[in-house]
Design a protein around this ligand. Structure first.
Ligand code: MG
Length: 209
């Protein structure tokens, strides 16, 4: 089983959030650097402003329905799924107050639009106890917590996690390669779902058929 984080791994949170912050502040998005630390200090953002801005982005601007997906993510996950890897989406998106229906609905809608395959999905904050064989995450605190409890974690390369030790993937072709190697070594695999053909757009093709 492969535990897959969403923000900063499948979905480009920094790009999506930057558009909304820039619009609300009335500034050019280019003035908010993409090379940022975890705290968004480069955007002159306090933790209080982050909390308020994130809530606004999620609830008012429906950010979770509209984030760009990282290049190659869906195709790599489909190939892993076809190879028998159980994909479990793990996300800590419910830290927004009063926006849970929006967050959950927009998240599963986004996964459909992005054509990302998954067998199940967990919305939780403390990530270690979800029984995956290997994880991918971008957040330094999540990577460290998972590793402290003995879990293998692939770091998805971001400017705020360059201090962490590897394995590190810079894009989804590298993720696929690392997971396939681990799967060959020790992951349990599940047979492919019957009647599903190749390609990330396969569900749309079937719906259209
Ligand atoms: Mg993340």
């Amino acid at each position: 089983m492969f535990g897959v984080d969403l923000d900063g791994v499948c979905a480009d949170y920094t790009i999506g959030f930057r558009e909304i912050v820039a619009e609300r502040r009335g500034v050019d998005p280019e003035t908010l650097p993409l090379e940022r630390t975890w705290s968004f200090a480069e955007w002159d953002m306090t933790p209080e402003e982050f909390g308020e801005m994130h809530q606004y982005a999620v609830v008012e601007k429906r950010m979770m329905a509209n984030l760009p997906a990282f290049e190659g993510c869906a195709d790599a996950l489909w190939r892993l799924s076809d190879a028998g890897v159980w994909i479990r989406i793990i996300t800590h998106r419910l830290y927004v107050n009063w926006g849970h229906a929006t967050v959950v609905g927009d998240t599963v809608g986004w996964l459909d639009t992005a054509q990302i395959p998954y067998r199940d999905i967990c919305f939780l904050g403390a990530k270690p106890q979800v029984e995956a064989d290997v994880y991918i995450d971008d957040a330094p605190h999540n990577v460290e917590a998972l590793r402290e409890t003995g879990n293998p974690v692939i770091v998805f390369d971001q400017p705020y996690n360059t201090d962490l030790e590897g394995p590190r993937a810079h894009d989804w072709s590298e993720v696929e390669q690392i997971v396939m190697e681990l799967a060959a070594e020790k992951m349990s695999v599940q047979p492919q779902l019957p009647g599903i053909d190749a390609g990330a757009d396969r569900l749309d093709r079937r719906r259209g058929a």
